[in-house]
Design a protein around this ligand. Structure first.
Ligand code: 5GP
Ligand code: ZN
Length: 113
């Protein structure tokens, strides 16, 4: 998708602070982090949201989430971590390329929630 920001990051047309990459999945820091280490995990293939996501793509994506979560835990020493996903404009989705938010948590006053 030419006009998709996340496809352009996958293609290397736009920069991103990469946290993890394999053949099918890319993780990078959110440009507007709600807490330190806020990371987005995306499939490299364009798919809009959970309603279009295939089981294969979901499987490859979710299979690496524990490793990415543990990398964030190691790097930032949070006390917890939210895994969130918005699907559809009314649900808060603003970029229409499927993504998970991994949001490290640091306790009360960490600025999120
Ligand atoms: P959504 O609201 O769709 O669940 O989340 C989209 C996320 O993408 C937001 O947290 C926003 O800050 C992030 N974002 C939007 N544009 C860019 C970008 O160009 N680079 C990066 N790294 N994150 C982006
Ligand atoms: Zn895309």
């Amino acid at each position: 998708m030419d006009n998709c920001i996340f496809c352009r990051i996958v293609n290397g047309e736009l920069p991103a602070a990469k946290v993890y990459e394999d053949e099918h999945v890319l993780a990078f820091l959110d440009i507007s982090q709600v807490t330190k280490g806020h990371t987005l995990v995306i499939p490299k293939v364009h798919t809009e949201n959970v309603f279009t996501l295939t089981s294969d793509v979901a499987g490859r994506l979710f299979s690496v989430v524990p490793a990415i979560a543990n990398a964030l835990k190691h790097a930032f020493s949070p006390v917890g971590l939210n895994v969130l996903n918005n699907n559809g404009e009314q649900a808060g989705q603003t970029v229409f390329h499927y993504h998970l938010h991994l949001i490290p948590r640091y306790g009360k006053g960490d600025g999120f929630g």
